[in-house]
Design a protein around this ligand. Structure first.
Ligand code: DGY
Length: 323
């Protein structure tokens, strides 16, 4: 029997690409150049499985392409707001993601941004790199103490909980959170966490706010001008979730005018094109979407996709099916 045809849209860790070559008739993307909409449509017509990642927009137009052959989309990423899930559902195209394996690494980046923003680390490094450091001074680059402060989590899924553990057990932080659905009480108890009634209540109370909700229409600009004004002037906003959860123009204004003290961002509206306003600010820490970027995690994400498509081609239900 001939091997299923699989198309991968970007470079993946070598170990996983080697496996793909052994198991499938695979088309890899050696140049790592993102595929155009036309190339993605052609891929949908010529393969059994498409393996995109979180930066490939798999629109209804692409899913509805005539003579589609693809039956499964194995997304490399836990988030899948890059895929038109309704169109996939309507067309009976199965979609999988890669949960669990990137939880700790993404939570680590959340903590990294929190610490960097609180302690003005990026600003300090720029001072050194620009040869402007004149030596230690009692009032130089004073930031905010982290230990013992209140961390507010918007969303309370796996990554938020992992960050809460690090913050609570490692830094003695008090954890408050907002989530619309009922949280796991055992975890709430372990972290002595307090559930807020609303996003607004959380924003008013927290010293640090970290975003952990999914992207998409329901959460677009959840953090807007009005909500940024509710935060403490000493507070910091951390975003490792999705860029469009924050209105970037409003955040830039908040940082310029001192409504909040700082922000640590790993994701951006319209990334990789950042709102240019961020580039002139001293009180923002900017990372290029590094949440899951460790060798171990990216390999585990690839293996998770392999596991999902192997189940599908063996006629079983993939573990990480989202539709
Ligand atoms: C994901 O998997 O959704 C992440 O954003 C990639 O790091």
């Amino acid at each position: 029997m001939s091997k299923p045809k699989v198309i991968v849209t970007r470079r993946w860790p070598v170990e996983v690409e080697t496996q793909l070559k052994a198991l499938y008739d695979v088309q890899l993307n050696a140049s790592d150049t993102p595929m155009s909409a036309d190339e993605l449509k052609l891929a949908m017509q010529s393969a059994d499985a498409l393996l995109p990642t979180v930066t490939d927009p798999i629109t209804a137009d692409i899913i509805n392409v005539e003579n589609r052959r693809v039956k499964i989309i194995g997304n490399f990423g836990v988030g899948y707001n890059n895929i038109d899930i309704n169109a996939a559902k309507e067309q009976g195209v199965l979609v999988t993601n890669t949960p669990h394996v990137l939880t700790d690494c993404t939570a680590d980046i959340g903590m990294l941004l929190l610490l960097m923003s609180a302690r003005r680390a990026a600003e300090g490094e720029r001072m050194i790199l620009q040869n402007q450091w004149q030596g230690w001074g009692p009032t130089q680059l004073l930031g905010q103490k982290v230990t013992g402060k209140t961390l507010g989590l918007i969303g309370f899924g796996r990554i938020a909980q992992a960050m809460a553990r690090k913050a609570h057990h490692g830094f003695g932080m008090k954890i408050i959170f907002y989530v619309p659905s009922a949280p796991d009480q055992a975890i709430v108890d372990e972290l002595q966490a307090v559930r807020c009634e609303s996003v607004d209540e959380l924003l008013t109370e927290a010293h640090f706010v970290s975003l952990h909700c999914p992207g998409g229409a329901a959460t677009k600009h959840l953090i807007n001008e009005q909500r940024l004004k509710l935060m403490r002037p000493t507070a910091h906003l951390i975003n490792t979730a999705r860029g469009d959860v924050v209105d970037s123009n409003a955040l830039i204004k908040a940082l310029q005018e001192g409504w909040i003290a700082g922000a640590g961002l790993d994701v951006y509206e319209g990334e990789p094109h950042l709102n240019p306003g961020f580039l002139n600010l001293s009180n923002v820490t900017l990372l290029p979407h590094l949440g899951s970027a460790s060798e171990e995690t990216r390999t585990a994400m690839g293996n998770r996709v392999l596991h999902n498509i192997a189940a599908y081609f063996a006629g079983s239900e993939p573990d990480d099916r989202v539709v």
